[in-house]
Design a protein. Sequence first.
Length: 369
Amino acid sequence: MTASYAPARSAALVIARVVVDAIRHSLPEHAPLFDARATEFVASVLERDGMNLGIAAGADAFRQVGVAEYAAGKELDRLSRAYHSAGRSALPALASLSRQPGAGSALMDTGVEALLRCSDVLIRLSTAAYRAAHTPSVAELRRDLLKEILSGRPPAKWAGLAAEVGWVPPARVVAIAAEPGAVRASFGPEVLADLAGEYPHLLVPDDVEIGRVLAGTRAAVGPAVAPADAAVSLRWARRTLELVRREVIEDGPLVRWSDHLTTHWLFADEVLTTALVTRSLAPIADLPVNERTKLAETLDAMLSARGGAPEIANNLGVHPQTVRNRMRRLRVLFGARLDDPQSRLDLRIALRAELHTAEPARPAPMKVA
């Protein structure tokens, strides 16, 4: 609402009362703070652009709420939701005012803009007071530093915070992604960590023995990078952990990204890999599962072997004549593709990819009572 409308002040007061009443309803423990002065302040914000209104007496109510929320150990999101909800609750009243004679056709549009602006002003006042009341601990500052580094911001932006918490950036670091839950960690000031979040992670100098840092949970280690590229290391550590969960990569207490580069390459674009598997192994796709499995194993051994049927038979643990029979069957199915270098490469990649995706589905061996 702008000063160009004659009924702007009266309309602003009507809307302000609705907004403040809604805030009282959402934050009943703070209701006494939102008095007539707070309502006048909200009306002033609605009527103008909200600039330089922070000195108004009614603004103190929203600052005091921020301080009270911090003292109670609550999150700022609660206030943000209350203010936005209050703005929405005023829309019916705004619509009613816009239909009154002489209101002007633009009242609804300018009123909605004013409500959005008002919510932002109230949030800023409470947020500033909340943060001013909060003195972060060293542990919190170190988590903030880790967040800054992983955001990809240049080192110049977080160098001051690093110095404040006593963290000396090493030449290279590795990120560790851990499963949430009971994480046990033992490390010095050279390690940055956030173990309390939904996705626990650490940033460790490359020359630190990782095995002594983390215990008690499944974890994956990303590549060694410069601190400025730490986000890349964490992305690959989390991707490694994801593939472990899917049983694509073999499980272990500490899985290293560097030990599974081929697997990462195969699964970097799963749509592309699936298309390659589908096209390359189409000749055996419709065979019975048992026959398909045996032919795929023989094909893989055949493409890898330098010798003939005896070597392949020895690798597979079957009779050489069995291998010859399968090789003849494969020759009929795949034809000249078995002699084309590019096709052979595609087949080997497809077989490796299918092996990784098929392994989790294989039935467990029967236990003998």
